[in-house]
Design a protein around this ligand. Sequence first.
Ligand SMILES: Cc1cc2nc3c(=O)[nH]c(=O)nc-3n(C[C@H](O)[C@H](O)[C@H](O)COP(=O)(O)OP(=O)(O)OC[C@H]3O[C@@H](n4cnc5c(N)ncnc54)[C@H](O)[C@@H]3O)c2cc1C
Length: 464
Amino acid sequence: MVHSQRGHRNSARLDKSALANLRHGLRGDVICPEDAGYDAARRVFNHMIDRYPAAILSCADDDDVSRSIDFAYLNELPIAVRGGGHSAAGHSTCDGGIVIDLSPMKRVEVDPTNRIARAGAGLTLGELDQVTQQHGLATPLGIASITGIAGLTLGGGVGWLNGKHGLTCDNVVSFKIVTADGRKLQAGPGENAELYWALRGGGGNFGVVTSFEYRLHRVGPVYGGMVIHPLDRARDVLRFYREFAASSPDELSTLASLGTSPDGDPIIVVSSCYSGPIEDGERLLKPLREFGRPLLDGVGLQEYVELQNMKDGGFPHGNQHYWKSGFLYEISDDAIEVLIDSARTRPSPLTGIGLQHVHGAAARVDPEATAFAHRNEYFDCPALTQWRDPAEAEPNIQWARDHWNAMKQHFGQGIYVNNLGEDGVDQVQAAYGANYHRLAQIKSRYDPENLFRLNQNIEPAPAG
Ligand SMILES: Cc1cc2nc3c(=O)[nH]c(=O)nc-3n(C[C@H](O)[C@H](O)[C@H](O)COP(=O)(O)OP(=O)(O)OC[C@H]3O[C@@H](n4cnc5c(N)ncnc54)[C@H](O)[C@@H]3O)c2cc1C
């Protein structure tokens, strides 16, 4: 059904007979509180988020998505959209509304000749990499293979190929999307071009994307891995790292992180991925491998998917998460002291602080060319606060806030929308930066009633 006009929405209630009809009409499943599997289906990656949707609509295709949007609209139910369910803020679930769950939509078609992949919105990074790597190809994604491609792409997507090939969103050729009025649209440079612009960094504000068409590049094997030092040497390692990263060519992307070893020791890790000729990688990474006396040097030639899995162990299923972050334009000596102090006082050994280098191709895009506005060289610096026992929430959240308050003076303008946590509402405008107002105009065209508002929300610009 395509709606020419949407009525006023003010309350949430669930019509059981309408739900029964929906069950018949969907190719996918409808999971309600009384159904077996509801408890598993309602959960998202961040177990601090504990919500009870009225129904989870597990969509198998674009028609299912369109019907689900209609159902929610007509029954005045809030909509949460779930790709991989990894939003730290917990936006892919809700209380009392419906979850449009795209996880069954995992189709991938690769055209190796034209180096294009069409990928379903329910894929994880690892699932997409596995298929594209069978052709020796990849599109730039993030650094944890368990994350969903959908939320990552719509918010930007920073990973090991950002210096060479840009952000994930820079590599989207077109999107298939179902908008608030139930229409199924394609958005690309020659079709719905404003929507195409907005979807590359504007988050889940404009509808439900059902598939992404990505540009692929020849990638792998790559030269990289982790070099690990004790946290006691973090001062020297970070001072070295800032010079090392600043002199890295586009092909070499790096990440420094302060965390804990599998044996429970506090450590600092510099991880790298060089995606050019191997002999150049060996030469370029030599200074990093030879600096200080690392506890472990895991740098070497690796399959690209191996490198993409390298960080997964740090994010086991079932943990509680609370994120605070900012952009460091300079790793000053003073900022280093704050980082070390915070790493030493972390209440949970599972918590880590990252400094992910955004540079090269990702930094050279015109800030107005896509919705993702932050196009300079910087270090994306999230504190990924993580713990297991819900009773430990308070000291961990307090630590993250104290850390962020101490770092605030060192952070520059902007923040990565995909790093915003539960209390990031005040920073949403900063996350969309100078592109916020254009995004609000586009929002008013495609979702004037803000049907898709359980996200890092852009309010529709007032008419006129
Ligand atoms: C362990 C871990 C590692 C990470 N590493 C990186 C990294 O290296 N680089 C990086 O850039 N980010 C990284 N992130 C952040 C990641 O980009 C976000 O968590 C992202 O939201 C994950 O996407 P998702 O589909 O799993 O999320 P979801 O929780 O499903 O969705 C996130 C948001 O996008 C919306 N959304 C999801 N799917 C759709 C869709 N199909 N159409 C419309 N809206 C949709 C949701 O409504 C929600 O608002 C990481 C996150 C985690 C948890």
